[in-house]
Ligand binder design. Structure first.
Ligand code: 3HC
Length: 309
């Protein structure tokens, strides 16, 4: 068991996992609580834009797939709140911070889902970005977080593929369907790149989190990987990336791409995105309406304890 800073540093350097009962620096604990809880909130709020489309999915098969995907996101939220609780915080307090607007969740979930093609674009790009960011988190130095990421990434992979398959199908369709797919890509491309966070020069936590091996790659490194992975996928089905500066760079072996609208990003983070207020209002209502379920679960647990005592 780790008891000192020297032991902690040695464990991290040796790629061993830090576990809940180990000694850890306050800053390490704090940043993990921050990141894991923001991640949990993102999964839970992330159910809202897609959940809205379950009743409007175009076939029984698509409905079943979307339903499974949205349920997966709920599960991810639960693993992540549990992982955060191993650091000594209460889930109820974390949720209160989300509901009051104090805690952050991913910027991407503050954009509207206007057409069925958006469901394709979300799976393909948003879950695609999530995998790009979360596969390295399977090697995060904190044991409970890294282990929860393994299952999450397997499920995200299915989510990404179902989204791309919607785009493939639309691109094989008529002109109106192809236009709908292109329009969805146009609207979701830049917000998906924003998911990776501020550029490295403005990323407050990256350097320390890389030293602690919470993060393995910087925000810009992962964003570049996303661009390099996605551009050929778009080309393959006849979609055009909405970026006039996008081009292959022979020298670097990567795509150069245009400047992200950082004003838009920070505006969404400040709570002024197109759907921030709506998302929080819906979450607050769901929490309020579900109070009786939580009360019943607590009463049932107490009754069981009494019977066993
Ligand atoms: N949306 C909202 N806030 C963001 C953000 C985004 N896209 N990107 C960065 N931020 C916030 C950070 O949380 C931090 O805020 P804080 O200091 O108030 O806590 C601030 O901006 C500065 O950013 P940094 O780069 O310094 O922060 P990090 O080093 O923590 O990096 C991160 C940001 C890459 C998002 C990192 O926290 C991370 O990898 N988190 C885990 C993954 C995650 O939460 N993903 C969210 C999407 S989950 C999802 O999409 C669900 C799926 O089902 C699709």
């Amino acid at each position: 068991m780790i008891r000192t800073l020297e032991q902690f540093d040695a464990y991290v350097a040796a790629e061993k996992k830090i576990e809940p009962k180990d000694w850890m620096p306050d800053g390490y604990r704090k940043t993990l609580i921050r990141q894991i809880s923001q991640h949990a909130h993102s999964e839970v709020v992330g159910m809202l834009p897609e959940g809205n489309w379950i009743t409007r999915a175009p076939s029984l098969q698509r409905k079943a797939i979307l339903l499974a995907k949205v349920q997966d996101e709920a599960g991810h939220g639960l693993y992540l709140y549990s992982a955060a609780e191993t650091l000594g915080v209460e889930r109820a307090d974390l949720i209160d911070d989300l509901l009051s607007g104090k805690a952050k969740y991913s910027s991407i979930f503050n954009y509207p889902v206007l057409t069925w093609a958006d469901i394709g674009a979300i799976g393909w790009l948003v879950d695609g970005a999530a995998i790009m960011n979360q596969v390295p988190l399977c090697r995060c130095s904190y044991g409970p977080y890294s282990r929860s990421m393994i299952r999450v990434c397997k499920e995200e992979s299915f989510h990404q593929r179902q989204g791309y398959s919607i785009m493939v199908e639309l691109m094989k369709g008529n002109e109106a369907q192809r236009e709908m797919a292109q329009d969805a890509l146009n609207r979701w491309w830049w917000p998906s790149l924003m998911m990776f966070g501020p550029s490295d020069k403005d990323s407050e936590h990256s350097s320390q989190n890389m030293t602690w091996k919470i993060k393995r790659f910087t925000n810009d490194e992962l964003r570049q990987r996303m661009v390099d992975m996605t551009v050929p996928q778009a080309e393959c089905i006849g979609l055009k990336m909405p970026d006039k500066d996008l081009k292959w760079n022979e020298e670097t072996g990567h795509h150069d791409f245009g400047e992200i609208n950082w004003d838009e990003f920070y505006n969404v983070l400040a709570g002024n995105g197109p759907c921030n207020k709506e998302r929080l209002a819906v979450r607050n209502k769901a929490h309020h309406d579900g109070a009786w379920v939580r009360e019943a679960a607590v009463a049932y647990a107490k009754k069981n304890q009494k019977i066993r005592a």
